[in-house]
Design a binder for this molecule. Structure first.
Ligand SMILES: [Zn+2]
Length: 649
């Protein structure tokens, strides 16, 4: 059954025996799609429950699967699914054991191959069960197959999936639109020495036969279906929270995330009971392209969060917050990603405020605001300011465009400004009722506005320029400003450094002490240490430095604080970006190279390549490193970097 030739023959036979309904189906295709990024005819027929029978084969790096769709049919004669990079073997109708093969057709690849292809299946008006037999290919972009050398164990391989935004269709044939929520179950076969986990109820121990059954009884959007397979261990953290990781990293993860139960208490106190049962975090290998991915019940997290000092746990607060904003109440299409992310960043900041205090939360927010301003400046420079609206026009465009500081940070400042306008108590009451009212549903900007007007603005009598925030580019004038005095000091350091002096020169101070009954004056040398400031404060300092700083001064700074040697990826990224703007980067080529070879998180990798591409010598270095590192990256990161490296200016 697995022979490529046989599958190809079946595939071609099905295509050439294309049904007489081809024309009708094509007409349906040209009708206005339900979602700009899906072909699915959800209005006529839509999946309610999906059962997956999967076999994960590491040798051929292939998943062999049957996607069993239980559908609600309003009299459709064609069911349309999304596929990309999949080999469809056959399609049957009916319950397991009483299946009958049916005709299907695969439409052409869309022009820019963004949304993939439509899979059109002949059904009759009473069909409720459609079973698609398929296998993944090397073009299944959601899948990251890691050879043993890319894992911590170095002896066992690893596989994980990344579905958001529209990659689930590259490993499962399905109606891949967030507007359709489904429940799912799965029977997964993996090698007997590896553990399988999904965004569902999970095992904590290896099953000797390599067979795992999963249930996600709550309706979720398709981008949240996720799978990971590897030499993974589990540690319980109490209060229905725990961590999964490759065994070598397990203790470190448990320590870094030990505050999870406390975070959960804070989150529930803010916006109501957690709805998903357990909350576990799976720390993935280093190629994972994002900081975290909010797969329900099992957040996928990047190992760069393991700093040993909990300095980056706000990412986990963010993913936990998604259990309400995003997973419970979901953007109807990717044009309103801000409804997932802006709400979540605001929620994350509230969790951090409760855990670490207002001063720290304000610093984190202010650093993010600086990033937003930088993004806006770049958008202004390349005439893409239209994309600084919260609600985006993404027709014929890659939904990844929406994953910028606009959805996240401008979105969060929308809620912060709203908080200032109506008061925290009122906003919290509104968000509580919002999460309850729209639980397990999807939401558009229009629906959000209706609810905002009725449930918050009418009740408080507040006047708020939400239309300007949502539908106009840039940041409205009434945007709340944050007062973070500690950051002023950091800015002052940067100013002094840029003016040619070293603000970190040891300072001499005199102090009176009493010894043997006598007063004596002693001399003290005060030296600023790396640990005296938050990671975010150092980031702000580095970002404010003049890129034209002489190499010798950068080297002296590096020697004092060891930026090139730190284990913290946030600092490393900013330092490499600064260094790449001068020839200093060639002095620290070794740590740069090992960073880009190991880390696959797009947020870090992409800006470094962008900075390198600004000079001819940097371009050569970027191309050389990318050539060696590209197979260590997930397709999400690989394709983003590829575009930067091959961009025509
Ligand atoms: Zn998020």
């Amino acid at each position: 059954m697995r022979l490529l030739l046989f599958l190809l023959t079946l595939y071609l036979m099905s295509c050439t025996n294309a049904p007489s309904k081809k024309q009708a189906a094509t007409e349906q295709l040209s009708a206005a799609p339900h979602d700009d990024h899906s072909y699915a005819n959800l209005e006529q027929i839509n999946t309610k429950h999906l059962h997956l029978d999967l076999e994960v084969d590491f040798e051929s790096q292939t998943i062999y699967g049957i996607a069993r769709h239980q559908m609600k049919n309003k009299g459709a004669d064609t069911a349309i699914f999304d596929v990309k990079g999949l080999l469809i073997q056959k399609v049957t109708l009916g319950k397991k054991g009483a299946e009958k093969e049916t005709d299907f057709m695969i439409g052409p690849m869309d022009k820019d191959s963004i949304i993939g292809q439509a899979l059109l299946v002949n059904v009759d008006s009473k069909t409720t069960d459609v079973n698609i037999y398929y296998q993944t290919t090397e073009n299944s972009g959601a899948l990251d197959w890691l050879d043993t050398n890319l894992t911590s164990s170095k002896t066992k391989p690893f596989l994980y999936t990344q579905g958001q935004a529209i990659l689930t269709r590259t490993w499962i044939p399905l109606q891949d639109s967030p507007s359709n929520r489904i429940t799912y179950s799965a029977d997964v076969k993996v090698p007997s020495d590896l553990l399988a986990l999904m965004s569902a109820e999970n095992p904590t121990k290896l099953h000797a036969n390599g067979l795992y059954h999963f249930e996600m009884p709550k309706a979720i959007p398709s981008y949240l279906i996720a799978l990971a397979v590897g030499d993974i261990g589990f540690k319980d953290l109490g209060q229905h929270c725990g961590v999964y990781a490759e065994k070598e990293l397990l203790n470190q993860c448990a320590q870094e995330f030990e505050d999870l139960p406390q975070m959960m208490r804070v989150a529930e106190k803010l916006y109501g009971a957690y709805q998903w049962g357990r909350y576990d975090v799976l720390v993935l290998p280093y190629s994972f392209p994002f900081g975290g991915m909010e797969n329900p019940m099992l957040t996928f997290a990047n190992p760069t969060l393991l700093t040993g000092d909990k300095s980056l746990v706000s990412v986990v607060a963010h993913e936990l917050a998604h259990s309400w904003s995003g997973n419970l109440v979901t953007n109807h299409s990717w044009s309103d990603l801000w409804l997932n992310e802006g709400t979540t960043v605001y929620f994350e900041q509230r969790i951090m405020e409760a855990l670490r205090g207002k001063e720290i939360a304000d610093i984190l927010a202010q650093v993010e605001f600086g990033e937003l301003q930088q993004t806006l400046a770049e958008m202004a420079a390349d005439s893409s300011l239209q994309d600084s609206k919260l609600h985006l026009d993404l027709v014929n465009r890659d939904p990844d465009i929406a994953m910028s500081d606009i959805a996240y940070v401008k979105g969060a400042f929308f809620f912060k400004t709203l908080e200032q306008a109506v008061g925290r108590k009122q906003l919290d009451a509104f968000l509580n009722s919002y999460f309850q009212h729209f639980a397990y549903r999807t939401i558009t900007a229009d629906r959000f506005i209706d609810y905002l007007e009725q449930e918050l603005l009418a009740k408080t009598g507040a006047d708020f320029n939400y239309r300007e925030w949502i539908f106009q580019p840039g940041i409205p004038k009434n945007c709340v400003s944050i007062n973070a005095p500690r950051l002023d000091k950091i800015q002052l350091f940067a100013k002094e450094f840029n003016a040619g002096t070293n603000p970190f020169k040891p300072k001499v101070k005199y102090k009176w002490i009493r010894k043997n009954g006598k007063r004596r004056k002693i001399k003290q040398r005060i030296t600023i240490q790396y640990t005296d400031y938050l990671i975010q404060e150092w980031q702000l300092f580095i970002r404010a430095l003049d890129p034209k700083t002489k190499i010798a001064r950068l080297a002296a700074l590096d020697q004092q604080f060891h930026f090139s040697q730190t284990q913290n990826s946030e600092i490393l990224c900013d330092w490499f970006v600064l260094a790449a703007q001068s020839n200093y980067i060639f002095k620290i080529e070794t740590p740069l190279r090992s960073f880009l070879m190991k880390i696959g998180r797009r947020k870090f990798v992409l800006p470094i390549y962008q900075a390198l591409m600004k000079s001819p010598e940097g371009q050569k270095l970027a191309k050389r490193i990318f050539n060696d590192a590209k197979n260590n990256y997930h397709s999400v990161t690989r394709s983003s970097v590829w575009k930067v490296i091959n961009a025509k200016d």
